[in-house]
Design a protein around this ligand. Structure first.
Ligand code: SAM
Length: 316
């Protein structure tokens, strides 16, 4: 064999080795981006988080993406967190946060969420029993709905509501893929929670209440939907803790939650603080609520005008 041929063979084996290494690296790096890697406990198939009509992602921006991770020295998430816009609306002294766009649904199923929010321990603390009727208000793409549906079992029901029809479509897909038959997906509005009257054992809102555009209308509907011994559970990022890496308008203090919830006919029964970043507040439904402060009118977008505490209510 000529020296030239030997050099050529050596060159071919070297390029084959380099290609094999590059292929292995790309498979390892791209695997977390696969939708099947988004859920810790995948149902029959992996959850859907990409809406079919997803447009180029203008609701995300790189400056905002993991801003908090950069500032708090945390490892950035593999999934982009949605950008925030200010609504300019306030309610009882705090800013009402903008609704998280359905384009951010993959962030709700990011793998890190299991360690950051510990959803199974959170739900276990609520002592949900088979046969219960639970409303997952602001359910998003169904991260908690799927878990709730398994907890209440075939004799129970989960009513999953959201103001964004696209979120409800994603949730429907996930429920179907998980082969769950006890979930009722509902598109609601900011002024009408679309819940059945006096039929619900527990209303759960995880990372939702601070986005409610008309908090008093929402709480009035929740109160009407709960059974007399029903419970309202709010899970919100702790605003008292500067180390919780979430934008301020998406966090709430216990004092602020009590100030807003209790006058609407609820009483704080239990406060659990074992989650890394969130409070769990369990409110009981008072039989004889304090005199109503009235439900304020909303503007054309269904939002409460700044610090409005007047009376009247707009229905869509
Ligand atoms: C941050 S996401 C959380 C979704 C879900 N609870 C979870 O933990 O994965 C907030 C969701 O609440 C919904 N939302 C905001 N205001 C609402 C309201 N008044 N009624 C029902 N859904 C609402 C938004 O559309 C969005 O899908």
């Amino acid at each position: 064999m000529s020296p030239l041929t030997q050099d050529y063979i050596r060159f071919r084996s070297w390029t084959a080795w380099v290609s094999a290494v590059l292929l292995t690296w790309s498979i390892t790096l791209l695997a977390p981006l696969n939708a099947s890697a988004l859920l810790d406990d995948p149902p029959a198939a992996s959850p859907t988080t990409q809406p079919p009509d997803a447009k180029p992602d203008h609701d995300h921006d790189d400056d905002d993406h993991d801003h908090d991770a950069k500032t708090k020295g945390r490892k950035p998430s593999s999934i982009r967190r949605p950008a925030h816009r200010h609504t300019g609306k306030t309610y009882m002294g705090r800013e009402i946060a903008d609704v998280m766009s359905y384009l951010g649904a993959p962030w709700l199923f990011r793998p890190e969420r299991i360690a950051e929010e510990r959803p199974d321990e959170m739900l276990a603390a609520l002592k949900i029993k088979p046969g219960m009727v639970v409303a997952d208000v602001g359910a998003g793409a169904g991260f908690h709905t799927l878990r709730l549906a398994r907890l209440v079992g075939p004799t129970g029901t989960v009513i999953a509501t959201d103001v964004q029809p696209q979120m409800i479509q994603l949730l429907r897909n996930n429920v179907r893929q998980a082969r769950l038959t006890n979930v009722k997906p509902v598109v609601c509005t900011h002024d009408d929670a679309k819940l059945p009257k006096g039929a619900v054992d527990l209303v759960l809102m995880v990372d939702v209440y601070h986005e409610a555009a008309n908090p008093e209308a929402l709480l009035k509907d929740i109160k009407a939907a709960l059974k007399p011994d029903g419970r309202l559970v709010l899970v919100e990022f702790r605003a008292e803790d500067p180390n919780v890496p979430i934008k301020e308008e998406h966090k709430m203090t216990v004092a602020q939650m009590r100030k807003e919830i209790e006058p609407q006919g609820f009483r704080l029964a239990e406060k659990l603080d074992f989650l890394p970043w969130q409070h769990i507040l369990i409110f009981e439904n008072l039989a004889n609520p304090p005199a109503s402060t009235g439900v304020p009118k909303t503007d054309g977008d269904g939002r409460v005008p700044s610090d409005n505490s007047g009376s009247g209510r707009r229905r869509n």
